[in-house]
Each structure stands twice: as structure tokens, then as C-alpha cells.
Design a protein around this ligand. Structure first.
Ligand SMILES: [Zn+2]
Length: 329
């Protein structure tokens, strides 16, 4: 048995047909974790869908109404980049319920992984970039409402900037503060990564992402690390380490929400960074070690992953559980 829980349902599958988003990856990750004896069936919890009331903690009533009634405009559906259906609405309500369950178990057992979720491009009033509902934001707002936490920090390592997260939690931001520089000597000096720093209100948002990639407009997170194209493991890990240290100097979260995108991988079809499978596992270990050292519970969601070979995406996501097992055992 794992010393923590995994959250998973077969109904995490997104009914979007043939699509660059490999919606079967959740089931493949579950099967891989069991076939490699990393986990056993009893480690998995089956989530319930979020309630409409939970969804409304983040999303606008008009948007929720449109989703439930199937009244998105063609433009709204196009922006979401996945085909609307009632079944898809149910899959996103379930993803949000899974993230709520993962947050609750993380608070109990120090870590919990939802084998799904991480839909960080969803905004209060619209969906974007394969994301209809911001499951992580819903989970944060729900456990805040239940008074289980007051503060949270999102650590978004998907290759794409967490624009929905930044917009949702933009509330109480103060002036940008300069961040300490790190040894960026090995980075391309003509295009150094930029880190913007700002205090957030009760939710502090960190995003490490490729600058030259979707979304074109990146609303400011508390810390954005805008990485140049093609950076590899060592530089990425140095910037992540720096962003975590800087964030945790400025802010004390009751919960870390780690968005463990598999798309910084060098063979990703929608990413332009150069991380290896081993580098991505080191990334997961770094987040877990920092959280454990400071005794901050961490919940994990998966976000994107579009490797040429879907088995690589499955390996990267499975390794996140392996890394948690190694750090928290
Ligand atoms: Zn992504």
C-alpha cells in the first residue's frame, strides 16, 4: 500500500474523440501504476462529481448555465478547443470533484495525487485550451469555504502558462517586487527567463512555462518564470528551485497545489522545452522534497502531456507517483 491515496475514475476520460489531448492517458496511468506494482487497487479512491455550488465558487453563473444547457456560442466552443457535449460537462464536474477529494486527502496524509485534472486554462466566465472548468481553483475555494485551509500556493509546471489560475486568483495582488537573481549563466544570455514577482492574496500562484507558447496573453501570476525555448533539465530545475524558495520566502501556504504537466518533455508536440523523462521526475521530487521539508501538504493534478508517443506521457505521469512514494515513504 502507498502511504497516501490516489484519486481516479474511469469517467475521468474526456469524450473528445480523436484529439491531440490523449484522453485515455488517465486509464493508462492507472494501469501502469498497478502493472509495475507502484500502487495497488486499494490505493485508489473513486471521486464524486463536484456540486454546482462548488463550481460556482469559481465560475460565473451565466457560464455554468450555458454549459449545463448546451448554449455555448460557436466562438466559445472554438476557444475551448474541445467539442462540447453533456458527457464532457460531466467529465469536468468529476475532475473538479476529484481535485476536491485530493485536496482533502492531501491535508490528512501530506500528499495526494489525482490521476486527472489540472485544467489551468479555464477562466471564471469561459473555457480555453482544452479546459472547461478550473478543477484546482474549485478545490481550493471549497476547502477554504470548509475552513480546512486559509491560504494555498499553486505550483504550475505545465509548459503552458497558468492563465486561468492567474486570472482567478488575481484579487489582492500588490506591486511587483524584484526577485533575487539566480545563476542563469548557462541560459541564453540574449533571452534570459523573466521572473515577475508579486504578493497574492490568500492564494499565491507560481507558473514556470515556455514564454513563446500559448497563451499569447499571460495574465500575471504571483511569480511567472518565462522560460526561453529549448531549456533542459539542469536550468529548469534551477529556476524551479529558485521560484519555490522565493515564493515560500514571501508566502506561507496551508496547501500546495502542484500542477504536474508532462508537456515540458523534449518530445512533446505542443511544447518547446528540452526536458528528459528523468529530468521531469527530478522536478517532481524537488517539489515534493520542498513541501515535505516545510511540512506543507501537497495535492497533485496532471494537466497537459502530448508526447509523440503516448507511452512517454504515461511514464512521465506515473513517475510523479513514484517520486511521491520515494519522498513520502
Ligand atoms: Zn500544457
Amino acid at each position: 500500500m502507498l502511504p497516501f491515496k490516489l484519486v481516479y475514475s474511469d469517467a475521468y476520460y474526456l469524450p473528445i474523440g480523436s484529439h491531440v489531448f490523449p484522453a485515455e492517458k488517465y486509464r493508462l496511468v492507472r494501469n501502469r501504476l498497478i502493472s509495475t506494482a507502484v500502487a495497488e487497487p486499494a490505493d485508489f479512491l473513486e471521486p464524486q462529481p463536484a456540486t454546482d455550488q462548488d463550481i460556482l465558487l469559481v465560475h460565473k453563473p451565466e457560464y455554468v448555465q450555458k454549459l449545463k444547457a448546451g448554449r455555448l456560442s460557436p466562438r466559445e466552443e472554438m476557444e475551448m478547443e474541445i467539442p462540447y457535449s453533456r458527457d464532457l460537462v460531466e467529465a469536468f464536474w468529476l475532475a473538479a470533484g476529484g481535485s476536491i477529494l485530493a485536496a482533502r486527502h492531501a491535508l490528512r496524509e501530506k500528499v495526494c495525487v489525482s490521476v486527472g485534472g489540472g485544467f489551468h486554462h479555464a477562466f471564471p466566465d469561459h473555457g480555453e485550451g482544452f479546459c472547461m472548468i478550473h478543477d484546482v481553483a474549485v478545490a481550493i475555494r471549497r476547502v477554504q469555504r470548509d475552513e480546512k485551509i486559509s491560504t494555498a500556493m499553486t505550483v504550475d509546471c505545465d509548459v503552458h502558462q497558468g492563465n486561468g489560475t492567474a486570472a482567478i486568483f488575481a484579487g489582492a495582488r500588490t506591486e511587483s517586487v524584484p526577485l533575487p537573481s539566480v545563476s542563469g549563466a548557462t541560459l541564453n544570455p540574449t533571452r534570459p527567463p523573466r521572473m515577475r514577482g508579486a504578493h497574492a492574496g490568500e492564494v499565491f500562484t507560481i507558473s514556470l512555462h515556455q514564454h513563446n507558447n500559448y497563451p499569447l496573453y499571460k495574465p500575471p501570476s504571483s511569480i511567472d518564470v518565462d522560460l526561453p525555448d529549448g531549456i533542459g533539465d539542469a536550468d529548469y530545475l534551477a529556476w524551479l528551485d529558485n521560484a519555490l524558495s522565493s515564493g515560500l520566502r514571501q508566502f506561507e501556504p496551508d496547501l500546495i497545489c502542484y500542477i504536474a504537466g508532462a508537456d515540458p518533455y523534449r518530445e512533446d508536440q505542443l511544447g518547446g522545452l528540452d526536458l528528459t523523462v528523468a529530468g521531469l521526475k527530478s522536478r517532481d521530487e524537488l517539489v515534493f522534497r520542498v513541501a515535505k521539508a516545510r511540512n506543507i501538504p501537497v495535492m497533485v493534478t496532471y494537466a497537459g502531456g502530448y508526447a509523440q508517443n503516448v507511452e512517454d506521457t504515461v511514464t512521465i505521469h506515473s513517475n510523479t507517483v513514484v517520486a511521491a512514494k520515494e519522498v513520502f515513504s
